[in-house]
Design a protein around this ligand. Structure first.
Ligand code: Z16
Length: 836
């Protein structure tokens, strides 16, 4: 008798509809129960952190119910699923998100109020989950929110790092890095799955065996490591559908070397086993740069090996025919980081499932798709052949075989063209042979996409033109998006109320196209007043935060000019701070009468530099040194303040973004693949000052260039401008010369500190900061001019918000689902009383 049959009519079966209640009293009881039985504290007296934990556990209980229901439903319906493989998920906080998405805000609010707690205060007790660097990791989290909300059967897969993104401190203006051992505070959002474990092999050797159906290859020996699953439920908005992010943690494998243990080396043998845990210890803190460390390659393989075991186990529950695999499974590679997964699936098909080469390769390429997130050459992953050969000997053999067959295709297309073979090959020849992971990803996928229209053009035409000639239909664009749930509804309650009121509905939360109706009211003075007061409220909230974290008092009537993102030369925080210095020097020189016309500004910077990125760290020091001088100069006090907010993360972004008047998106044209903060700012009515780079181009199309401050060299002008720079034909703007002179004279501290920065501009201004400088100042002058006509400014701000439909990650996920994955929504039909 099947177990379900046995239970029918029994008590257990009847319990199937017995879900937790979501009224205020049930929630309150749940919180108190968790305080007492989960935290083992007295429910008559507990602090805010316990209240947060108790609340989080009651939310978790409800998420688990929905999760179970969803997964059971998917298993029953067996739709095609997508697996989003990402080495990074930058989730931020979860409590507010889960409560809002489940529609339980009011219930939680009043349940907690009676216990003496303000729900909004408890949000602040939660530590950010920062298992990502920046844009790429946050994108993965926005995508997961949209997939659940749109009811797509999707799974995220990643790694459970013990140390997330480091915590940044600022001492004497310099960045310090403190390890982020985030799990010490406990993590109510994860479910440990000790029943889901797989073994992953490293090193070892390959032996060839003669067999009747051709030779077989066995990968044996080496080291075994155990992968343990930890699940994070992802609730969709206003739906029972609750998807999953499964993160792997490495643990020692139970098998041990008897000889080592018996040879009197017990302690060192234990120590050796313990080293397995290193694999998922730490997130590599590089955004947009490749670091060729063996441990990183181990992370990548560990990740995909465990993930594929899990995907295949799930597939085999319902299927025995491997030809069905691509009809049931789509795997998306978030950048090249999980690319070795292409070879791993292939290896399993050939060595373990005994499928023939061509058929196996068909299955692989139909399953995988690859997203490219950068064209910066320093970010392209190229693992030395020797490293892969040692760590993954069978995979290296297969890569050679894959490359061999691929190059036959190249010769067919371009007979006798050795140059094409060399440039397209998966293996880069040279002193040290390397595997070009991007080439492997392109060859092993049926679809390759860039993340903004311009970026996808560059991927196709500038970076991989020969691949595009070979496979013109493989290349697509999928412009990034961000979730309006976190970035409008949760981050900006004031704006949400305005939208609800003026659109007469809250449908915009899941159908962002509604916001365009706001344009009808653009001249309504009532709306303009409400808009102003919401912005003012958000600026005061940020001012409080700045006061608390930096001890600086800022004027909330000033224009808030914000530049927050990873510190990178191509993002040009340097251009911004040089502009700030110029502004400072100008104010200093003004007569009191002229000063009366100065637009007061608060310039906000935030962002982390990779610990090994010496130049980026120097930029932080320059920003802080300039801030120090300006903020202590009484003469400019009311006109200019410069703030570097330390330890930038998702929850800090949720405070900064809604408070900004303008935001800086000023990367050298052609370098920022997309950018996603530009979208968050635009949704929140902040005007972009920026270059025509990445998604700024498409934002300009939607919002209208007249509602932004676009400046600078265009992508097609960059090569020429670099040549001009190399030929030393660039005339340095006199205002920039004045800025340099002041730095050199020590206005901002010992000039030798900043010499490497100025030298980098003088000898090789690769990111063309100097050529864009005058254009940037012109754009900043336009900002000042517009600020003086506040109503015109507000109207532009409203237009920005109302033009952001396209940048919702819901739109992005629909496009991926329909044009790459070929999956459909699978809405969970719930039997219970819940409102959705
Ligand atoms: C990353 O955050 C990005 C690209 C990359 O290769 C590696 C990392 Cl860690 C960023 C891009 O720089 C940014 O333009 C883009 O918006 C983001 O990925 C998401 O696509």
């Amino acid at each position: 008798v099947p177990p379900t049959e046995k239970k029918k009519g029994s008590k257990l079966f009847a319990l199937k509809t017995d879900f937790l209640k979501n009224d205020e009293d049930s929630i309150q009881k749940g919180i108190l129960d968790h305080v007492e039985y989960t935290l083992a504290r007295t429910k008559y007296n507990f602090d805010s952190f316990s209240a947060y934990q108790g609340s989080a556990y009651t939310v978790r209980d409800r998420l688990i119910e929905r999760w179970n229901e969803t997964q059971q439903y998917y298993t029953e319906k067996d739709p095609k699923r997508v697996y989003y493989l990402s080495m990074e998920f930058l989730m931020g906080r979860s409590l507010q998100n889960a409560i809002y998405n489940m529609g339980l805000k009011d219930e939680y609010h009043s349940a907690l109020l009676e216990l003496g707690f303000e729900l909004e205060d408890l949000y602040e007790e939660e530590k950010d989950a920062a298992l990502g660097n920046g844009g790429l990791g946050r994108l993965a989290s926005c995508f997961m929110d949209s997939l659940a909300t749109l009811k797509y059967p999707a799974w995220g897969y990643g790694l459970r790092y013990n140390y997330g993104m480091f915590e940044q401190g600022i001492y004497d203006g310099y960045q310090t890095e403190v390890p982020d051992y985030w799990l010490v505070a406990g993590n109510p959002w994860e479910i440990e799955r000790l029943d889901v474990q797989y073994t992953v092999r490293f090193y070892g050797h390959v032996t060839e065996r003669k067999s009747s159906e051709g030779n077989k290859f066995d990968w044996e020996g080496g080291e075994l490591v155990q992968a343990i699953a930890y699940d994070a439920p992802i609730p969709g908005y206003a739906t029972t559908n609750t998807n999953n992010i499964r993160l792997w943690s490495s643990k020692p494998h139970k098998e041990f070397d008897l000889d080592a243990f018996n040879g009197g080396n017990y302690l060192s043998a234990v120590e050796a086993k313990q080293r397995s845990e290193n694999i998922t210890s730490v997130l590599y803190p590089n955004d947009n740069t490749y670091s060729g460390k063996e441990l990183r390659l181990k992370q990548q393989y560990f990740f995909v090996a465990a993930t594929l075991c899990d995907i295949i186990r799930r597939f085999k529950k319902n299927h025995s025919n491997w030809a069905d695999f691509p009809n049931k499974v789509a795997i998306q590679l978030n950048d090249t980081h999980p690319t070795i997964g292409i070879v791993e699936l292939f290896r399993k098909l050939i060595d373990e499932e005994h499928i023939q080469w061509d058929e196996a390769w068909q299955i692989v390429t139909k399953t995988y798709a690859y997203t490219n997130h950068t064209i910066l050459p320093e970010a392209l992953e190229m693992w030395p052949v020797s490293l892969i050969e040692n760590l993954l000997p069978r995979h290296m053999q297969l890569i050679y075989g894959i490359n061999h067959r691929f190059l036959l295709q190249v010769t067919q297309k371009w007979p006798g063209d050795i140059g094409k073979m060399r440039s397209l090959s998966i293996i880069q020849e040279g002193d040290e042979k390397k595997v070009r992971m991007a080439h492997l990803a392109i060859v092993g996928s049926h679809c390759v996409n860039g993340v903004a229209a311009m970026h996808s053009e560059l991927v196709r035409n500038a970076v991989f033109p020969d691949f595009a000639a070979l496979w013109p239909n493989k290349f697509q664009n999928k412009t990034n998006g961000v979730t309006p749930r976190r970035w409008i509804q949760q981050a900006n309650p004031g704006l949400s109320s305005i939208l609800n009121k003026w659109l007469k509905t809250d449908k915009w939360v899941t159908q962002l196209e509604c916001v365009k109706d706001l344009k009808q009211h653009i001249n309504n003075p009532e709306l303009i007043e409400e808009w102003k007061s919401v912005k003012q409220f958000n600026k005061e909230r940020l001012a409080d935060f700045i006061h608390k974290t930096c001890g600086i008092q800022v004027n909330t009537n000033a224009l808030f000019d914000v530049h927050i993102k990873r510190i990178h030369e191509y993002k040009r925080q340097l251009l911004n701070i040089l502009g700030v210095i110029y502004r400072y020097l100008s104010i200093k020189k003004m007569s009191p009468k002229d000063r009366a016309n100065v637009v007061s500004r608060v310039v906000v910077f935030a962002g982390k530099a990779a610990p090994g990125y010496v130049m980026a760290k120097r930029h932080i020091k320059l920003i802080n040194s300039v801030a120090e001088v300006i903020n202590n100069d009484k003469e400019v006090d009311q006109y200019l303040k410069v703030v570097f907010i330390p330890n930038y993360n998702v929850s800090i972004a949720q405070v900064i973004v809604p408070a900004s008047d303008i935001n800086q998106q000023i990367s050298t044209a052609g370098t920022e693949a997309s950018g996603t903060s530009n979208m968050k700012f635009t949704m929140n009515g902040s005007l972009i000052i920026g270059t025509l780079d990445g998604a700024n181009v498409e934002i300009a199309e939607e919002v209208g260039q007249e509602n932004m401050f676009i400046f600078g060299l265009r992508t097609h002008e960059i090569a020429g401008a670099r040549e001009k720079m190399r030929q030393k034909e660039v005339v340095i703007d006199s205002r920039l010369q004045e800025v340099f002179l002041n730095i050199e004279l020590g206005t901002f501290g010992p000039p030798e500190i900043f010499k490497p920065i100025l030298d980098s501009l003088m000898y090789n201004d690769f990111y063309l900061t100097m050529q864009d400088f005058p254009l940037y100042l012109d754009a900043q002058a336009e900002v000042d001019a517009l600020w003086k006509t506040q109503d015109a400014w507000i109207r532009k701000s409203i237009i920005n918000t109302s033009s952001t439909y396209f940048f919702s990650s819901d739109r992005a996920m629909k496009e991926y689902a329909e044009e790459i994955w070929n999956i459909e929504p699978c809405e969970v039909e719930t039997s219970d009383y819940r409102r959705y």
